[in-house]
Design a protein around this ligand. Structure first.
Ligand code: PEP
Ligand code: MN
Length: 338
């Protein structure tokens, strides 16, 4: 439920309305002052909130019922686009934010080298997995805490904010010291204990869509983070499972405009895990930008043929630099910057 307040309602009155509603009906009010009007979202069991009585309160213009089960993530609660500050880089503004780096951090020299290369090519952020959730227990599992340390050193050398995947709620304290953004991977999109734990922080969360999850389920996972008090969620479309076997996953391009319509949160796309092949990264990136994505997550490896994970879909640093050149005119065509 959303209360639309009358234009010019003074802050003191907004506070009084919130206090009265909370006291009388036991729901949590979330005021948000926009440039045009102030909205108060009501979260909790709103079934007993009497609309006609609330509409008569001094300062209330009208009351809107929100049908969707997600509230904090709903665009109705926050009509303007949310811009998330990820270690000094704004995601959700005019700039398309490209976050690039290897699937896995493999050594300090590797991550320092890739970080310098992707920065020179125009990436705004660095990615790198340290705790890898692999299908096979015999596959490379990541350098774990050592990998996080190397990422931090890469951040120090390049200034690029760092994103890395967290797989367990017990890792929050460790990650807090090393990364700028928590990545929640596709396999953990509904790891509710993990979502609740990162919801207790203020550090941004890059939330990847599970490969068999609906957009509503993705938004409900965002809701788990946001209802804990962390508003800094970035949604990521990374491809879903379909009957098609020609690509690793199917990039759901329509997820981008649908998520942007339903939610105020920034939306990024991961063409690397979607297509699963290096040659598909360019066309899928162009399509994602044209569809309204706020950023891209791209795997770049210094030696893709010998990568310890996801080499087939990884670009070399030279290929990444070439890609960035090719994406700039697409971004410009849709009124964005790179
Ligand atoms: C990754 O980003 O390296 C990764 C494992 O992604 P996903 O969770 O989308 O499979
Ligand atoms: Mn990967």
């Amino acid at each position: 439920m959303i209360l639309v307040l009358k234009h010019g309602t003074p802050p003191g009155r907004v506070e009084a309305i919130c206090a009265e509603i909370k006291e009388k009906y036991g729901v949590q009010p979330w005021p948000s002052a926009g440039s045009a009007e102030t909205l108060v979202g009501l979260v909790g069991d709103t079934s007993r909130v009497p609309i006609s009585t609330v509409e008569m309160m001094d300062g209330v213009a009208r009351v809107i019922r929100v049908q969707e089960p997600y509230k904090h993530a709903n665009r109705a609660f926050h009509p303007g686009d949310t811009r998330v500050n990820a270690g000094g880089v704004e995601i959700g503004g005019p700039r398309i934010v490209v976050c690039a780096g290897p699937c896995s951090v493999e050594s300090e020299a590797q991550i320092l080298g890739v970080a310098a290369d992707v920065k020179a090519a125009g990436a705004a952020m660095l990615r790198g997995g340290a705790f890898k959730p692999r299908t096979s227990p015999y596959a490379f599992q990541g350098l774990k805490a050592e990998g996080l340390l190397y990422l931090k050193n890469a951040r120090r050398q390049t200034g690029l904010p760092v994103v890395s995947e967290i797989t367990n709620p017990a890792q929050v304290e460790l990650f807090n010291d090393y990364v700028d953004v928590f990545q929640i991977g596709a396999r953990n999109m509904q790891n509710f204990e993990l979502l609740k734990q990162v919801g207790q922080c203020r550090k941004p969360v890059l939330l990847k869509r599970g490969f068999a999850n609906s957009l509503e389920e993705l938004l409900m996972s965002a809701e788990h983070v946001m209802s804990g008090g962390n508003p800094n969620v970035i949604l990521c479309e990374r491809g879903i499972r379909t009957f098609e076997t020609a690509t690793r996953n199917t990039l759901d391009i329509s997820a981008i405009p649908v998520l942007k319509a339903k939610s105020h949160l920034p939306v990024v796309a991961d063409p690397s895990h979607a297509g699963g092949s290096a040659w598909l990264v360019e066309p899928l990136s162009k399509a994602a930008i044209a569809a309204g994505a706020d950023g891209l997550l791209i795997e770049v490896h210094d030696d893709p043929k010998n990568a310890l994970s996801d080499g087939k879909q990884s670009l070399s640093p030279a290929e990444f630099a070439d890609l960035m050149q090719k994406l700039a005119p697409v971004a410009k065509a849709v009124g964005r910057e790179m």
